[in-house]
Design a protein around this ligand. Structure first.
Ligand code: PLP
Length: 227
């Protein structure tokens, strides 16, 4: 009941053009089913094995988003079913996703993860690295036909300083706006994935079109397991 109530509270607060990814990492299937029965269909996970198991056990019409750091050698496990991969931050990874998508006769949607936080530990591309990859996508003849870049994703610094977070979200939005007119057959930036439980209102104010919310729906998590 709690989960259904939380979900309703959040969907009431986010405008219609903003998509909600319910982040269910570390949470049991029963929790996911509670959200599912309340109408939620998009769920986010950040451990490959956990997402594969949940996909096998839960309803087929769930759309699974991979939101964690993805290692190239694990792409093959999620390629048969993943709906959107949020954390792409290298050409090497993108090529592997394309290869595995092709094997499964699918086109896999991806977001490029941008480094916007001050912390060293957060993954993501710099603007220069993004530009290099975008140029590659636009110019390369051997274009990758089994991926589609549909947007950008970022995580703000873990801080209470709203000004800092806002600055980072505004920066990501400016990068998004700068490159969104670039298009190729496998490139069209439409989705801006930013905002989590603590900062999604701010993210939406700054132009987010997709929020990834975990603890505000499912309650706090235990310490994350090592990946
Ligand atoms: C865990 C996680 C979230 C959700 O975090 P909450 O603070 O629980 O809402 C969002 N995005 C990513 C990438 C995550 O790993």
């Amino acid at each position: 009941m709690e989960i259904e109530k939380n979900l309703k509270n959040i969907t009431r607060r986010i405008p219609e053009h903003v998509a909600l990814v319910a982040v269910s990492k570390t949470k049991p299937n029963s929790d996911i089913m509670e959200a599912y029965n309340a109408g939620q269909r998009v769920f986010g996970e950040n451990y490959v094995q956990e997402m594969v198991e949940k996909h096998e056990q839960l309803p087929r019409d769930i759309r699974w988003h991979f939101i964690g750091h993805l290692q190239s050698n694990k792409v093959k496990y999620i390629a048969p079913f993943v709906c959107l991969i949020h954390g792409v931050d290298s050409l090497k990874l993108l090529k592997e996703i394309d290869k595995q998508a092709k094997k499964n006769d699918r086109v896999i949607k991806c977001l490029f993860q941008m480094h916007i936080a001050e912390e060293e530990t957060k993954f993501g591309l710099s603007e220069n690295e993004l530009e290099d990859i975008l140029n590659f996508l636009r110019n390369d003849d051997n274009e990758m036909a089994n991926i589609k870049i549909t947007g950008l994703m970022g995580m703000a610094t873990f801080t209470d300083d709203e000004k800092q977070i806002k600055k980072e979200f505004q920066y990501l939005k400016s990068v998004f706006d700068k490159y969104k007119q670039l298009q190729a057959s496998n490139l069209k930036l439409e989705t801006l994935s930013m905002g989590m439980s603590g900062d999604y209102q701010l993210a939406i104010d700054c132009g987010s079109t997709m929020v990834r919310i975990g603890s505000s729906i499912f309650g706090t998590r235990k310490a994350p397991k090592a990946n």
